[in-house]
Design a binder for this molecule. Structure first.
Ligand code: ATP
Ligand code: MG
Length: 568
């Protein structure tokens, strides 16, 4: 089951600091590292950032901002097999989109390859590392289990000179990939499996996108990360809970480098997991590569570029992250809470417009043919200062097919025979009949209007139960709308059994080619703009839009069942 919001706020103090920030504050007050705060966000450029990464870098950059420190962006580019500059550029764009900036502090773990290599050589010379020629299977078999100690490698006690010679030749390209590795010589019986002589360097023959063919050996994550923090002067290395068991090894290596004046420290918080969503980069890459979505920025993806294209806003994402908070235990958050944050923000910012997504024609039989007038519509009733725009009204209008019922149930307050509704911003009308085609489908609806009921007229305040949105037929512009639903059908696709691709929702994208919008919207819509289609939902203009063919993405419907649940 999904869990949400910090039920007990024992992890948040009076000052609104989360537990990581409290730790930082304590360190600063104690004068550690000369009272300096430096954090970093360390993405591996092997995929696009998703909303989980946003939770991480909002913490990294946010804490630095809060305490007057700095935050570095460091690409963790230690594996040339999976990494690409396309990812580097997208990661920068997405961090900027959320309003954060690393200024001149853009680093790459590959910047530290020389220092890391020297450090490895130092360990070899001190008898703290050795070259192992066993296969990865043999090494794994000797690791033991958490309750059983491992066994020593037959290469563990090689002389220093031999280790040095082999390591140099590994890096000179004399040996094939997988034939040997460099291991730290720590303790094969340690209760922490990460201490059982971890592999710290491996041979990779693929050129690195930054360092080319200079290196043939590449450091493993555990050997690169803490040391990179140290070389960069990072004081607080904030990461997710799966790194808790790595922390002792992190400390083991940085302690070999640090002195009393400065030592980086790792602190872990819970990952973001969302219902109906997969967050694993491997799975997201699979969705893209297999064409199961249209790309990394498909609006159904949890990637930041996907959410942006969907119409989610930076403030909505930040507010959501603030609501769920940072804790020390794993949780699964309801996607409805994210959607709630999106509605809250768009309600404040999106311009109200009229669009009919499933149109049927309404003819006002007592309105003169050929006549038009304009009515005035609020751009945003939450912000009167944002003004109004004009919308043409005429004898023929598009209304939603769902807003009419021939034989309505009792509480149907929209249009039905002999019933009255108000047309938003205009007149009250009364339905007088319908015309059907041969299949019995309604082709046109007929009504008469009451000329006294428009704003400024004597009957302007006359009340009727329903109000419908509409678009005038002669000036309507036909656009494409892409309706999105959850990408997955099950609440927790990551822990469900079987292949996650079998859990995809086949109806997650519905394209509507026949949506009618008011001319003011068509004239003003630019890619990335947010609108509220009155009574329906929030929409954003897709980058596929051209002047002749407008494309909108549905961001989210108006109805928010979660808001009610939160209040009760
Ligand atoms: P992988 O390491 O499997 O490629 P990753 O998602 O951990 O995937 P990184 O590029 O290593 O990718 O992530 C950068 C940072 O983002 C890490 O510090 C990681 O802890 C954090 N992070 C990744 N996923 C989440 C998540 N779902 N919630 C919060 N933080 C996350
Ligand atoms: Mg990772």
């Amino acid at each position: 089951m999904a869990t949400d919001l910090l039920e007990k706020d024992e992890l948040v103090t009076e000052g609104g600091l989360n537990f990581v920030e409290q730790e930082i504050k304590k360190d600063l007050e104690a004068g550690k590292n000369g009272g300096r705060l430096s954090t970093r966000f360390p993405p591996e450029p092997n995929g696009y950032l998703h909303i989980g990464h946003a939770k991480a870098f909002i913490m990294d950059f946010g804490a630095a901002e809060k305490f007057g420190g700095t935050c570095n962006l460091r690409f963790d580019d230690t594996n040339p097999q999976k990494e690409d500059t396309e990812y580097v550029e997208s990661i920068k764009r997405d961090i900027h989109w959320l309003g954060f900036d690393w200024e001149d502090r853009l680093y790459y773990a590959s910047d530290y390859f020389p220092q890391l290599f020297d450090f490895a050589v130092r360990l070899i010379k001190e008898g703290k590392a050795y070259v192992d020629e066993q296969t990865s299977e043999e090494i794994a078999a000797q690791k033991g289990t958490p309750t059983q100690p491992g066994t020593n490698s037959p290469y563990r006690d090689r002389p220093v000179e031999e280790n040095l010679d082999l390591f140099m030749r590994m890096n000179a390209g004399e040996f094939p990939e997988g034939s040997m590795v460099l291991r730290a010589k720590i303790d094969m019986a340690n209760s922490n499996m990460h201490f059982r002589d971890p592999v710290i360097y491996r041979i990779i023959n693929k050129p690195h996108w930054r360092t080319g063919t200079k290196w043939k050996v590449y450091p493993m994550y555990d050997f690169a990360h803490g040391q990179s923090d140290f070389f960069e002067g990072v004081t607080h290395s904030i990461c997710t809970l799966e790194f808790v068991p790595h922390r002792p090894l992190y400390e083991y290596f940085v302690n070999l480098l640090a002195d009393e004046s400065y030592c980086p420290r790792q602190i872990e918080f819970n990952r973001l997991n969302l219902t109906y969503t997969v967050m694993s980069k491997r799975k997201l890459l699979q969705l893209v590569q297999e064409g199961l979505v249209s790309g990394w920025d498909d609006p159904r993806m949890p990637t930041l570029c996907g959410l942006r294209r969907r119409g989610y806003t930076p403030d909505a994402i930040k507010n959501f992250v603030k609501k769920i908070g940072y804790t020390k235990y794993e949780a699964l958050n309801h996607i409805e809470l994210l959607e709630h944050a999106v509605r809250e923000d768009l309600n404040d910012h999106a311009t109200r417009v009229s669009a009919v997504v499933n149109p049927v024609k309404l003819v006002i039989t007592n309105y003169p043919e050929g006549q038009t007038e304009t009515v005035t519509m609020d751009n945003n009733p939450e912000h009167p200062e944002e003004g109004t725009h004009e919308m043409p009204f005429s004898r023929e209008l598009w209304i939603e097919r769902d807003d009419f019922m021939e034989n309505p149930p009792k509480k149907f307050f929209r249009l039905s025979p002999d019933k009255e509704v108000r047309l938003k911003g205009a007149y009250i009308i009364k339905c007088t009949g319908v015309k059907k085609n041969e299949d019995g489908e309604i082709e046109e609806i007929y009504a008469e209007y009451d000329p006294e009921t428009k704003s400024g007229m004597p009957q302007a305040d006359r009340k009727v139960k329903g109000t419908l949105h509409w678009v005038s037929v002669p000036t309507a512009v036909k656009v494409e709308v892409r309706d999105y639903d959850r990408l997955f059908n099950v609440e927790d696709p990551s822990s469900a059994e079987g292949d996650f691709r079998d859990l995809l929702n086949p109806d997650s994208l519905v394209v509507r080619e026949n949506v009618m919008v008011e001319p003011w919207l068509a004239a003003n819509a630019k890619p990335g703009d947010h609108f509220q289609f009155q009574r329906i939902g929030y929409y954003t203009v897709d980058p596929d839009t051209t002047p002749d063919h407008l494309v909108f993405n549905k961001t989210i419907g108006l109805r928010d069942s979660f808001a009610k649940a939160l209040k009760s």
